[in-house]
Design a protein around this ligand. Structure first.
Ligand code: F0G
Length: 470
């Protein structure tokens, strides 16, 4: 199913590759820059790839969020936007897609994922309560904390080890969940916040067996279970490939079964759902829905658009259907794997197993001479941009932020630089160029000196912080 790397290509007689289940109808020119231009652009951006102008970027692997290429069907859907303030027909198409593919009963549209996280956190958390999650996501945890919760990471230990080959590194550790309940009492756990796949762990999946065990645990203690289904179709592919009994089940069937064990879920539509903006939250319980529907009009927009235009909802409804096609998910994850296998063959340290949406370079092993205080992942993102104009993202100590109580940095075990692959945007040749650039930076690794933070915003500092070379 995966492509071979150049070393093995041609030696294998009768090999069969996957290929993208689409062809290109429209192209967007890329900007090429000189090293001199990049040195200037990076300094102006405070050595933070979030602050670069995209015009100064060649291959943009900052994120897979909102960077997808839409299909001709989705663009056609954009022309069918019903921009009525209330009751747009596109909302009902979206509702049908969410109910059909994710199986949740009541839909609340939001402008993007964090809008959904905000509403769920406000509605489901009482100040002083606790939320348990598999690792954390930046915006998810922040909204839970702003609603007054303390977040507790209950992911299995293997997830914090970049080299550990566990097939389901997104799994929750039931003992950690049990310990939390023993310590604070079940009534003080607002909900369990499960993400499939786990972005910060390297795009790692959760198994169906683990989810079932978490469900049983929640039932035993009367705790709700909500799912961040943002990259759930990618999680479903890993279940299909790795978990017994699922090889013959479709992505759509697996997603439906998975969501069926949860009380509700939310997505950033900017990932799996193949659109550039949008999100939603959907639950099975009427009382919670009523509260969410009430909150959405305060923060997002009326409950039949939630901050999206009618055309955005139509594109997402169509995108949901496309995101559940087995061929699509296979080629999407296959492209990520192609890049990861090249780097692995060349000895570059990356998170293993290769995840669904991105390759995560292991900056601790890449730059063993740099302490975490010198921001190794941020340094690596800067060096890669300087080398080639490729934009990546820090996912280490800068992203982890500070402990709200003590004010100290969180020191995450994982210090990663993410090469995130947008869906249906780049070709295999772009992956080759990327792998070669990473290799060149790896070969020059001993020269890297690290960075110091010279400006730090209060929240989600990775987006806007400034650095200077040490
Ligand atoms: N949940 C997960 C797992 C995410 O990866 C993201 C966003 C969100 C929620 C929030 O959604 O951006 O639509 O508000 N992740 C982006 C990324 C930003 O680059 O990984 P949003």
């Amino acid at each position: 199913m995966t492509n071979s790397t150049p070393q093995t290509m041609g030696q294998q007689f009768g090999r069969r590759s996957w290929a993208e289940p689409w062809k290109i109808k429209m192209v967007e020119p890329l900007s090429m820059t000189t090293r001199q231009q990049r040195v200037k652009a990076l300094a102006e951006a405070g050595y933070n790839t979030f602050l670069l102008h995209s015009a100064d970027v060649y291959i943009d692997l900052l994120t897979d969020s909102g960077t997808n290429a839409m299909s001709d069907r989705q663009w056609a859907g954009m022309m069918l936007g019903d921009e009525a303030y209330a009751g747009s027909r596109n909302y009902y198409h979206l509702e049908e897609a969410v109910q059909g593919y994710y199986g949740y009963r009541y839909l609340v549209p939001t402008h993007q994922g964090r809008g959904a996280e905000h509403l769920l956190s406000r509605a489901a958390i009482k100040p002083g309560q606790w939320v348990a999650g598999n690792m954390y996501f930046t915006t998810t945890r922040l909204h839970q904390e702003l609603a007054g919760a303390t977040f507790v990471d209950v992911i299995i230990d293997e997830a914090h080890d970049a080299a550990n080959p566990h097939p389901f590194k997104g799994n929750m550790d039931l003992d950690k969940l049990e310990a939390l309940v023993q310590r604070v009492g079940a009534a003080q756990v607002a909900y369990v916040s499960l993400a499939g796949t786990v972005n910060m762990a390297g795009g790692q999946p959760v198994s169906m067996a683990n989810l079932k065990a978490v469900r049983q645990f929640c039932d035993r203690h009367g705790i709700k279970l909500y799912l961040d289904a943002t990259r759930m179709s990618e999680n479903a592919l890993f279940i299909q490939e790795r978990e017994e009994g699922y090889a013959d089940r479709s992505i759509a069937e697996i997603v439906r079964e998975f969501c069926g064990y949860t009380d509700g879920g939310w997505v950033s539509g900017k990932k799996d759902s193949l659109v550039n903006i949008g999100g939603w939250l959907a639950v099975n319980e009427w009382e919670l829905f009523e509260e969410l529907r009430n909150q959405v009009v305060i923060f997002e927009g009326l409950h039949t658009y939630g901050g999206m235009a009618g055309r955005d909802m139509e594109a997402m409804a169509i995108g949901i259907v496309e995101s559940m096609q087995d061929d699509h998910v296979r080629s999407r994850v296959g492209q990520v794997r192609y890049l990861g296998e090249l780097l692995t063959d060349w000895g570059v340290p990356i998170v293993q197993p290769i995840g669904g949406h991105a390759i995560f370079l292991d900056a601790k092993r890449f730059y063993p001479h740099l302490p975490q205080d010198a921001f190794p992942s941020q340094t690596l993102a800067a060096e890669l941009y300087l080398d080639s104009g490729i934009r990546s993202m820090e996912r280490g100590i800068v992203s982890a932020g500070r402990n709200a109580q003590t004010g100290d940095h969180y020191y995450p075990k994982l210090e990663l630089t993410r090469l995130t692959i947008p869906r249906r945007v780049y070709t295999q040749a772009h992956m080759d160029v990327t792998a070669e650039a990473v290799k060149a930076v790896y070969d020059a690794r001993e020269q890297a000196r690290g960075l110091r933070m010279v400006y730090e915003p209060r929240y989600l500092r990775f987006f806007q912080a400034h650095f200077e070379p040490l």
